[in-house]
Design a protein around this ligand. Structure first.
Ligand code: CTP
Length: 397
């Protein structure tokens, strides 16, 4: 599936560099030709010899290596690939890329190139969350750089959170999507998914039964058609889809901010089951039994993410798709919801307990568009996703 595709793999200096070896192996197994570039720091983690042995080719290391320059100048090297993959992309490499530094071979190649770039960030959670890294990330996104991950999980440094490099299989999936010639190639699509958690105090929250299965399936189906998917998810139980940029949030307000930051996009699918309300004045300490009980909670309305995006001017994606989770009068309620929210399509489903849809593996959809309703047969959530992705591809043209 990657036959004859040329990948320039920049390996940054982080503990995740060891995963780059497996990445090379997997890319080559799928037919890609991998040209590796090691930063000086990467050589502290993997040896040029092992990288070269796996890639089946020489490794490029130093900007001022005259033999390299005679064989292939760094400008040519940077442009002779179909895709540049930076894995691991350390905080330092991302900062260099965002600021246009060119003080070693890797950063120079990245500055000299006109080839698409995909990065797989890997760093400590605090470094990832630092405003400086997030600023750099915004700049890189604006420059058209695609992300794979990062994932959330245990880190080599003993901490837990986002910043861990995606697994090689997921990066391969992102490479495949980026190089895809599918009908959604070059299209950026945003997908929200999962429930939101609205805190009451530091240990309790209000949630809903959404599993995130339908949202994940939609993101996978869009990726399979070549879209570059930004997947913004609440705390779901379904695994995040491989090959997408995953942004994990907890509350509706965080989801709203993440969606706004991820725009512009060609299309947006709002599959998340967003809480309509949050507890105002969340307690900073755990509410104790002895302190007069939990009493009445005050609620404040959450932003309606779908309606906000559908009502945007220039930033509005060309196609805005929402879901309508209903328990009665499905068509009437969902039709009214489409008009109220100003979106283009609504996928209405009956989430009454008896249908087994919420948290289940199947869905029963009525698609409501400007030109009427379409009753889809009951099918698996994967099939719903494939059908929806196909319709999105047809519509975006
Ligand atoms: N939605 C959203 N932000 C919210 C609430 C809902 O983006 N604060 C989106 C959902 O992702 C979904 C659509 O709006 O695509 C409809 O969600 P649903 O829960 O069915 O509707 P509500 O707006 O919550 O309306 P109601 O509770 O009255 O049915």
């Amino acid at each position: 599936m990657l036959e004859h595709r040329r990948i320039l793999l920049v390996i940054g200096g982080g503990i995740a560099a060891f995963k780059a070896l497996d990445l090379i192996r997997r890319l080559r197994e799928r037919g890609a030709r991998v040209t590796p570039v090691l930063t000086g720091a990467a050589e502290e983690f993997v040896t040029p010899l092992s990288v070269s042995a796996l890639a089946g080719t020489r490794v490029f290391r130093d900007l001022f290596d005259l033999t390299d320059e005679a064989e292939m100048g760094h400008i040519e090297l940077s442009r002779s690939a179909d895709l540049i993959v930076v894995a691991p992309a350390t905080a330092d490499l991302m900062a260099k890329m965002a600021h246009g530094h060119a003080d070693d071979l890797a950063s120079t190649l990245l500055l000299a190139t006109d080839t698409p770039v995909l990065i797989a960030p890997a760093m400590n959670v605090r470094m990832w969350q630092h405003p400086a890294t997030q600023r750099n990330l915004d700049v890189l996104r604006g420059d058209g750089v695609t992300l794979a991950g990062p994932a959330e999980g245990d880190m080599a440094c003993g901490e837990y959170g986002p910043g861990r490099m995606s697994e090689p299989a997921e990066i391969v999936e992102a490479v495949r999507a980026r190089l895809s010639r599918g009908p959604l190639a070059g299209r950026r699509v945003l997908v929200t998914s999962g429930p939101t958690h609205e805190p009451i105090d530091p240990v309790r929250y209000i949630a809903n039964r959404s599993s995130g299965v339908q949202g994940s399936a939609i993101a996978r189906a869009l990726t399979a058609l070549g879209a570059q998917v930004v997947f913004i998810t609440g705390p779901a139980t379904a695994p995040a889809p491989a090959g997408t940029e995953v942004i994990a949030v907890e509350t509706a307000r965080e989801m709203m901010a993440a969606v706004e930051a991820a725009l512009p996009a060609d299309a947006a699918v709002f599959a998340a089951a967003v809480a309509d309300w949050h507890v105002s004045g969340t307690a900073e300490r755990k509410i104790k039994k002895g302190s007069g009980g939990i009493g009445a909670l005050d609620f404040a309305e959450n932003p309606d993410i779908l309606a906000t995006v559908a009502g945007m001017g220039a930033q509005r994606p060309a196609l805005v798709v929402g879901f309508a989770a209903e328990t009665d009068d499905v068509i009437a309620n969902a039709t009214a919801k489409r008009a109220r929210k100003g979106c283009d399509w609504i996928l209405a489903n009956d989430v009454s307990a008896a249908t087994g849809i919420m948290g289940g593996t199947e869905n029963d959809i009525i698609l409501i568009t400007g030109s009427g309703t379409e009753d889809w047969p009951r099918m698996s959530k994967d099939e719903v996703a494939a059908r929806l992705a196909g319709r999105i591809a047809e519509t975006l043209g």
